[in-house]
Design a protein around this ligand. Structure first.
Ligand code: ADP
Ligand code: MG
Length: 262
């Protein structure tokens, strides 16, 4: 990763327009428009059930939108235009697109039967065809970067939650993603382990990684986010620079949310 500063270019890396999604008649995303530029960190805040996870999952087509489009790196995700209409892409295209979008979950989701090193080596070898030796060398560098040099041979169950989540971040980085999605990455951790994971995320943000982060860590949002986005009832009710949105929220729903978590 380079130390490139956040760069605002005219075309956003992530461009979401008119996104809608319902589950069994319940509207979960109700027309979401969102841009995230290269090198930016956008933090998504909002109450439970507001659609944050669904929005993240739609970005890498783990959920199919009912309407609207997601573009990453100028390419439609999960869809293509054909004959003037939107069609779902084939599984190979979707797999290739997902390979460039890393995702970090609340529950780590490491492969329990694989060593730490093999957790990082698996996807680059299987999906990208990287030679194993090269993938292993890169994995060691990444483990060092997240503060886990020397733990290559451990299994996930032998690590603390904070260590497992740092492995999960390193595993996402092993695919050299153009974008990282985080869904409440510290919510399952004991409080004393939250800081070590946030520190790794701050380091990534500083290195220029583009990140879309769902979290309730307001201090992290204040320090690291370029944009804070409030979601409520499947709509973006407010977004802007953290110093503005977090100190002077204008929408009643974002005020209520902040009052509850601060
Ligand atoms: P958040 O992450 O903000 O808590 P979610 O995106 O997980 O919100 O969920 C928003 C709403 O959509 C919730 O009411 C949830 O129950 C519902 N939901 C999410 N995923 C599914 C699904 N696969 N099937 C049915 N309902 C779902
Ligand atoms: Mg969620």
């Amino acid at each position: 990763m380079t130390g490139a500063p956040a760069q605002v270019t005219s075309r956003p890396l992530v461009r979401i327009r008119g996104l809608r999604k319902s589950f069994g008649g319940q509207v979960v995303l109700d027309g979401v428009d969102l841009d995230v530029h290269q090198g930016e960190v956008a933090v998504l805040l909002g109450p439970s059930g507001s659609g944050k996870s669904t929005l993240l999952r739609t970005v890498n087509h783990l959920e199919r939108p009912d309407a609207g489009v997601v573009e990453v790196g100028g390419e439609l995700v999960g869809h293509r235009y054909h004959g003037g209409r939107l069609h779902e892409s084939g599984p190979r295209t979707i797999a290739r697109q997902r390979a460039g979008i890393g995702m970090v979950f609340q529950q780590f989701n490491l492969f329990p039967h694989l060593s730490v090193l093999d957790n990082l080596v698996e996807a680059p070898v299987a999906v990208r065809g990287v030679p194993r030796r090269q993938a292993a060398a890169r994995a060691r560098d990444l483990l060092e970067r997240v503060g886990l040099a020397g733990r290559e041979d451990a299994f996930p169950r032998q690590l603390s939650g904070g260590q497992q989540q740092r492995v999960a971040i390193a595993r996402a980085l092993a695919m050299e993603p153009q974008l990282l999605l985080f869904d409440e990455p510290t919510s399952a951790l004991d409080p004393e382990l939250v800081g070590e994971v946030l520190a790794v995320m701050k380091d990534l943000a500083r290195s220029g990684m583009t990140m879309l982060v769902v979290t309730h860590e307001i201090a992290f949002a204040r320090e690291v986010a370029d944009t804070v986005v409030f979601l409520d009832g499947g709509r973006i009710v407010e977004s802007g620079a953290p110093e503005r949105v977090l100190t002077d929220p204008r929408h009643e729903r974002s005020r209520a949310f902040l009052a509850a978590v601060l």
